[in-house]
Design a protein around this ligand. Structure first.
Ligand code: SF4
Length: 74
């Protein structure tokens, strides 16, 4: 089962990187903050880690659905 992707709107700085790279997974809300598209496909785990690492503000979180543990991507 793939990692569950989330965005912390408190940390997002609206760089747009995630939206540009995976518009099927991320979109901007009315405040120009990223959010996960409802019903979005789950990226492969390596792609999810790359997306989380690529976020300049560390706003993208990954959770292992099997354990509920947050994945450390640093
Ligand atoms: S990459 Fe990070 S800071 Fe940029 S829009 Fe996405 S969540 Fe926000």
């Amino acid at each position: 089962m793939s990692y569950r992707v989330g965005v912390d709107a408190e940390l997002c700085i609206s760089s747009g990187r995630c939206v540009a790279e995976r518009p099927d997974v991320f979109r901007f809300d009315d405040d120009e903050l990223a959010e996960v598209v409802p019903g979005a496909p789950e990226p492969a785990d390596d792609a999810a880690v790359a997306l989380a690492r690529g976020c300049p503000s560390g706003a993208i979180s990954l959770v292992d659905p099997a354990t509920g543990a947050e994945i450390d991507v640093d």
